[in-house]
Write a protein that binds this ligand. Structure first.
Ligand code: 9D3
Length: 234
């Protein structure tokens, strides 16, 4: 998969992209991620990319000119059309189903904004879908773009060491779309807390049953919302 990110702060992506799984995925050619700085397409001498809103009001608005020049440049970096996604607080909320859907694409073009928002003609001109990562206010779309890159990349075949790891995740099959069962490793007793006997019993049938029960109880207790009909995975 190819992922292009348009941003005013490419530096924000450097560290997460150069660690662990995302680094390995890029090194092995499973995902190619290109960062393009929108400011490089500012036409004026001061490299200005934002301006005051027509009609007044607080904050600044991202100008359409530099943005479209940047977008057209990025599109030409590869012949694939790509699925274009604008990160905005008013977008559709990102979830695991959306991550799975996006992981089937051959190219994503993610656009992170700053300021109070984009000039409306950016939204209209792109005809892009909008995605939010949740109902809280961040300083820009960069971390949201990073969240999408991370969640999508780990679903690509070969990115995780074990082919099945992604499928076994929470929101996978552990509790039918619920939370994961509790895990233990050595030592058997830590600060007076013992590993449940059943996990040491060697009875794999009983262990599977216990884990399923635990997963269900934890989901009921901590995330009952995951058990309602409209949250069940399709
Ligand atoms: C006063 C209206 N604000 C909208 C809630 C203006 C505004 C605040 C913060 C506009 C943009 C931003 C920056 N946030 C994002 O660009 C963003 C975001 C977010 O803040 N939360 C969750 N997901 C996302 S995706 C992009």
């Amino acid at each position: 998969m190819r992922i292009d990110v348009l941003t005013l702060f490419p530096e924000m992506f450097q560290s997460p992209l150069s660690c662990s799984i995302l680094k390995r995925a890029q090194d092995s050619g499973l995902v190619e991620i290109t960062l393009t700085n929108i400011r490089d397409f500012a036409a004026n001498n001061y490299r200005k990319v934002d301006d005051k809103p027509y009609g007044g009001g607080p904050g600044m608005v991202m100008m359409p000119g530099p943005f479209f020049d940047c977008f057209e440049h990025v599109q030409k970096l590869s012949p694939q059309k790509g699925r274009v996604i604008l990160l905005t607080p008013q977008g559709q909320k990102f979830d695991q189903a959306k991550a799975v859907e996006l992981s089937a694409e051959n190219r994503l073009i993610l656009i992170a904004g700053r300021y109070e928002g984009f000039d409306e003609r950016i939204r209209i001109g792109l005809g892009a879908e909008q995605i939010s990562i949740g109902d809280y206010v961040m300083n820009g779309g960069e971390l949201a773009a990073m969240v999408i890159v991370d969640a999508v990349a780990r679903l690509l075949p070969g990115v995780l060491g074990d082919e099945d790891s992604a499928k076994n995740d929470s929101f996978g099959e552990s509790a039918g779309g619920g939370l994961e069962y509790p895990q233990y490793t050595r030592p058997e007793v830590f600060r007076g807390m013992k590993v449940p006997d059943i996990l040491l019993s060697g009875d794999h049938g009983k262990i599977a049953e216990w884990r399923h029960q635990q997963a269900l109880e934890r989901t009921q207790k901590w995330r009952p919302d995951l058990l309602t009909e409209d949250n069940k995975p399709k």
